[in-house]
Each structure stands twice: as structure tokens, then as C-alpha cells.
Write a protein of this length. Structure first.
Length: 205
């Protein structure tokens, strides 16, 4: 954001303010009960201003998914560029960042809303959800390619296939987490890591 001009920085701050205000209201009042006027009041903007950024409340959920990926981008890139140490730990850390490093993972009800919106997206918005969700997969492919280049992953491994399997583990662990009020974030990360450890026995060089 620091590289943006003043007007663009103001627009970006307003965008985030709308998103985070909506997220708080969705979590406390519920999605259906929250109005655009409620969001505007909390974000300190006019209701028409919101429509300059988002077409609907469902569109705001997509925005939260996108900002979640933005928040973890730097940490994932750092790991891709410096995949040092035990490769299983590197991959596990990559998954941990994705699972808990983005937008407030404690808000399980909000993430259930985001997941439902992704499944129910209209035909013109569905590709946007797919693109937002593919960020982790694309970066994971790059990480595995780096590990493969360094001889830490077998040369026979297809990075895309491996990334698809790891992505499935990550997504399923997260689905179980947001559906259960009992599971904690350490439970979530531990569950994913246990499965990764089993998978790793088939990947290592």
C-alpha cells in the first residue's frame, strides 16, 4: 500500500474498512440480518459508497477471501524464496501460514458464510472465488518445485499433483475445523501436519 498514490491509498483503506466492518457485523448480527446501511455506519461511509466497491453482501464475502490471501502473501513468498531446513517442516509451515495467518480464523461462523458463498456463487462470480482459492495451490506448486530443484523431493514427483494432494489435506482440515466448535487452531494445524507427515514418506527423495 505504501507504493500507492494518496488517492489509491485512501481507496484501499476504505475498501478494507468496509470489509472488516462487514466481517464484524456478519459475525455478531448474522449475514441475513446485516444491512448495507449497518456496514456503512460502522465503516463511516455512505451506503452508496459501498456499491462503488461491492455489488452485494455476497460480493463482500468474496472480498474477505481475497484479502485473506493478501494477508498471507508476503509470508508465503518468503518461505518459497528461502525453503531452508527440513522439507517436511517447510511444507508444514507453509500450510500453517495458510490456515492461520490470514483473516481472523477464529471467526468460524464467518468462514462458514464465506465457504457457502463460494459454493453458491453465481456463474459470473464463481471464477473469482476459484481464482482467490487457487492462490495457495499456485504458490505451493512453486515451493515443491524449489524443494525438488534442491534434491529434497524426489525427481519423480509432479509438483502439481503433490500440491493438489496437499491442498486437499489443507482444505479438508479447514472444513472440519470451521464445522466443529470444539476444534481449536492448534488442533487444526496439528491435524493437517499429521496427514502431511504420512504423505511425506511418499514424497521424500
Amino acid at each position: 500500500m505504501e507504493n500507492l498514490g494518496l488517492r489509491d491509498r485512501q481507496r484501499a483503506r476504505r475498501h478494507r474498512a468496509i470489509l472488516f466492518s462487514a466481517a464484524e457485523l456478519f459475525g455478531t448480527k448474522g449475514f441475513a440480518e446485516t444491512t448495507m446501511e449497518d456496514i456503512a455506519s460502522m465503516a463511516e461511509v455512505s451506503a452508496p459508497t459501498i456499491y462503488n466497491y461491492f455489488r452485494s453482501k455476497s460480493d463482500i464475502l468474496l472480498g474477505l477471501l481475497e484479502v485473506d490471501k493478501e494477508l498471507i502473501n508476503e509470508a508465503l513468498e518468503d518461505l518459497i524464496n528461502n525453503p531452508n531446513g527440513d522439507p517436511l517442516e517447510v511444507i508444514s509451515e507453509f500450510v500453517r501460514i495458510d490456515l492461520e495467518g490470514g483473516y481472523d480464523v477464529h471467526q468460524k461462523s464467518l468462514w462458514r458464510m464465506i465457504s457457502a458463498a463460494a459454493l453458491e456463487a453465481s456463474d459470473d462470480r464463481a471464477p473469482d472465488y476459484v481464482e482467490a482459492q487457487s492462490v495457495f495451490f499456485q504458490k505451493l506448486c512453486r515451493l515443491i518445485e524449489c524443494l525438488k530443484r534442491d534434491g529434497k523431493v524426489s525427481s519423480d514427483v509432479d509438483p502439481k499433483v503433490a500440491a493438489r494432494v496437499i491442498n486437499s489435506i489443507t482444505r479438508e482440515s479447514f472444513r472440519l475445523y470451521i464445522r466443529s466448535e470444539e476444534l481449536t487452531i492448534p488442533d487444526l494445524v496439528g491435524m493437517a501436519r499429521e496427514q502431511l507427515a504420512v504423505l511425506w514418506n511418499g514424497l521424500k527423495s
